[in-house]
Design a binder for this molecule. Sequence first.
Ligand SMILES: [Zn+2]
Length: 321
Amino acid sequence: MQQTVKESASSPCNVCEGSNVSVLASHSRSGKPLRTVICQDCGLVWSDPLPHNPRSYYEDDYRVAYKGTFTPKPKHILRAGNVALYRRALLGKWIAQPKKILDVGTGGGEFAYLLQTLGHDVHGIEPNKGYAEYSKKEYGLNVQVGFIQDIQQPDSSFDLITIWHVLEHTENPFDVLTKLCALLKPEGILVVEVPTIEATCQSPKSTFHEAHIFNFNLDTLRKLGEKAGFSEVEHKISGDGANMTIFLKKCGLPTNDLPLKIAGNAERITGIVKNHTALKHYLTAWTYRRFFARMSRMIKEKQETANFESGKKLLDTLYGN
Ligand SMILES: [Zn+2]
C-alpha cells in the first residue's frame, strides 16, 4: 500500500474548494521540477503552485514551446484538419442544423473553418495573436484575439459552444465554465474535451507537463460542470482512452447545495497513476501501435503536404469543398 503524505495546496480545489491534497508527482515530462497535487476530497489533479503565468504564456510563448512556430506549418494544418473531421463526426446530430457556434481556443482555425463551410455562424476566440490573425486572414474567420474571460459577446448568444483541449490549460476552469454557461442560450449545448488523467496509453513520464495546469477524470469534469450550472447529456471516451468529451446542457438549477466531494475518486486516480509504470507501459501493445501509427502518419503527411500552396487549399481538398 502506497503511503500518501497529506500536504496543503496554495489555492483551494477548483472543484470542491477543499485544501487537503497529497503530492502525486514532483517532476514534469521534461524532467523539470513540477509539483502535481491531488485533492483528497474529490480527486482533482493540478499543478501547485502555478508553473507559469497563463496569460503571457498563451499570448506568445505557447505555440513556440509546443510547436516551434507562430503560424501553423502545413503538417500542423493537415493534422488539425483531420482532427476537425473527427470532431465533426463526434458532434453528429448537434450540428445537423445551422447554428450560432462559439469555438473557444480556435488555434489555427481548422475546426472553425470546417463549421463555417457547413453553413454555421461561427465565432472564435484565441489568445495567441499569430494563430488568430492567420485564421482570420486565411479562412475569413470571425475570431477575437483574447481569453474567454475577455469575450465581447452578450449572454445567451450561442446555440453551441465547443472547447477542445483548452480547459486543462486555464488557471480557473470553474470560472471558464461559468462564463460559458452565461454565453449559452437556455437550450444550448456545451461540448468540452480534455485529456483524461486515467489514460495509460502515454508513457508514464509524459503524464504531467507544465502546459496542463489541471488534470481531470470524468467524475471531476462532470462535477465541475454541475457546479457551473450544467448537467451531463452524454460523454464519449476516445478509442485509445486518452481523451474524454462531455456534452453538457444548462440545467438552470441553483448549485449552492450541490455536494462537491467525490468519495473514493482520489484513491482511484492515485491507484491508476501509481500503477502506470514504465515497465507496464513498454509491455503493452498500445505503445508499439502508437509508435508505428506516428511513423506512418509522418510519411503520409509528407506526401499530402508536398505541393502545399495555402492552408485554405489544403483544407478545402481535405474537407471536399
Ligand atoms: Zn477537490
